[in-house]
Design a protein around this ligand. Structure first.
Ligand code: GLU
Length: 487
């Protein structure tokens, strides 16, 4: 099997595009075939180099590697349509020569006017085929005169074109309802329908798997294949992705850029698992599947033709499952760039990494995305500033007494490990006749800066005695200062 992902580089990689890429990739890897990345950049006004880079970055992050492509090489290099115009012109001229195409001299302004008039009068706005009947000699003469023209496909007036889709079954289009579509614009640039067919033939694509927004293009493409005397590939149109409200997925539903999910700290493996299930299922119950399982079991037979629902809560849940399954080393490595990004950890700080590795088990079950780890762990990597909503726990005589006493007891400890810290502080609380939950709060706030933190005693062990004592002393000092001012 030879499959391709053929993005138009006009912006970031959309999650729908990522799902298309994934399904193609899975089929290629499963069959031992090839996965090709082809950049469809014929829309010069909207295509950018940055978008090409961004799309490749996102695909690499997802682990969807390609065998042929702009940077990977291959016999069809450059795998960018702007580098392949000669092929499109050759095919277009052949279609013209063989009577499957004709020159259309209508100007864009005329076409627009006629279209608008048709819509106003409730008529079909399709091209009225005016130039279709210009005799060849006349058309040649106009061309020689230098009159600009577009090349249109001569769609048969009779009959039907049937798309045999691997997901939807047979979808039949009446030729009468297909417009004489443009192959080459009057500036010589190829249209999508021409370029895609020429490329899919040339690159020997066996299966075209793409979003069902392209289904209406497929009969046009089939007509080109037939006119060129080529066997078309198999087609599979993937169901549209909708939000939980049933409307097509868009920014209203949250973020649709793959890059957003990367930056928020979703794991590529969770993303792959989630995307795979947007339209496909292994059975009625399995949700967590690693890449190997997907490669081994994916198949178009189990892709639904019904819209697939994008459920953000499910994605968070799934990501949390993957986080919980990671080992400490791996999770620490995954969290590292997020701490670096916030300036909490320097690249190459081995001692910091060691602390992070030890901290990971404390937060593993409290985070859904990697970025969640940052506020939870910040206290381990910088001096604390007491959070607004936690300040009250440092005020008042009772809290000050707790801090003072805790400082003393911690100083006396022989070993500064979680267990010893816990028993010392529990004994202290009991001796003072306080409720543990309440009495630990000032210590927690002093040490971590917040009333919500990873487990306290383990956190203190990680932070070390010296830093804990410093923070407790500082909190006490501040509290005393404020206390005396009030009095
Ligand atoms: N370039 C097209 C797009 O981005 C894809 C075309 C295709 O897969 O046939 O929608």
């Amino acid at each position: 099997m030879r499959l391709r992902f053929a993005p138009s580089p006009t912006g970031y990689l959309h999650v729908g595009g990522a799902r298309t890429a994934l399904y193609n990739w899975l089929l290629a890897r499963q069959s031992g075939g090839s996965f090709i990345l082809r950049i469809e950049d014929t829309d010069l006004s909207r295509s950018t180099e940055e978008a090409i880079e961004a799309i490749m970055t996102d695909l690499r992050w997802l682990g969807l590697d390609w065998d042929e492509g702009p940077d990977a090489g291959g016999e069809h290099w450059p795998y960018r349509q702007t580098g392949r115009y000669a092929l499109y012109h050759e095919a277009a001229l052949r279609l013209l020569r063989e009577g499957h195409a004709y020159r259309c001299f209508c100007s864009p302004e005329e076409l627009k006017e006629r279209r608008e008039a048709a819509l106003r009068e409730g008529r079909n706005p399709m091209y009225d085929r005016r130039c279709r009947s210009i005799p060849e000699g006349e058309a040649q003469r106009l061309e020689e005169e230098g009159r600009p023209y577009a090349l249109r496909f001569r769609v048969p007036e009779e009959g039907e074109t049937a798309v045999r889709d691997l997901i939807r079954g047979e979808v039949v289009f009446r030729n009468r309802e297909i417009e004489d579509f443009v192959l080459l614009r009057n500036d010589g640039t190829p249209t999508y329908n021409l370029a895609v067919v020429v490329d899919d033939i040339d690159m020997r694509i066996t299966h075209v798997v793409r979003g069902d927004d392209h289904l209406s293009n497929t009969p046009k493409q089939l007509l080109i294949y037939h006119a060129l005397g080529k066997e078309p590939p198999a087609f599979a149109h993937l169901p549209m992705i909708v939000g939980t409200d049933g409307k097509p997925l868009s920014k209203r539903h949250g973020d649709v850029a793959v890059g957003y999910y990367r930056e928020a700290g979703f794991l590529p493996e969770a993303m792959i698992n989630f995307l795979a299930l947007l339209g496909w299922s292994l059975d009625d119950s399995t949700t967590i599947m690693d890449r190997e399982t997907l490669v081994a079991n994916f198949g178009l037979e189990r892709v639904s033709s019904k819209p697939a629902v994008w459920d953000t809560d499910k994605l968070y849940w799934m990501n949390a499952q993957y986080i919980m399954a990671m080992d400490e080393e791996g999770l620490a490595e995954a969290i590292r760039p997020f701490l670096v990004r916030e300036g909490l950890l320097a690249e190459g700080d081995e001692e910091g990494m060691e602390r992070l590795r030890h901290a990971v088990p404390l937060i593993r079950e409290r985070i859904k995305v990697l970025a969640d780890a940052v506020p939870l762990l910040a206290f381990l990597f910088r001096e604390v500033e007491t959070a607004e909503d936690s300040r009250e726990f440092l005020e008042g005589d009772e809290n000050r007494a707790v801090l003072r006493e805790a400082g003393k007891r911690l100083l006396e400890l022989e070993r500064f490990d979680a267990e010893s810290i816990e028993s010392a502080l529990r004994a202290m609380v009991e001796g003072m006749g306080l409720k543990p939950r309440k009495a630990f709060q000032p210590i927690r706030v002093a040490v971590t800066g917040s009333k919500v933190s990873p487990p306290l005693f383990e956190s203190m062990e990680l932070l070390g005695r010296e830093r804990c004592l410093q923070r407790i002393a500082r909190a006490l000092e501040g509290s005393e200062r404020r206390g005396s001012r009030v009095r």
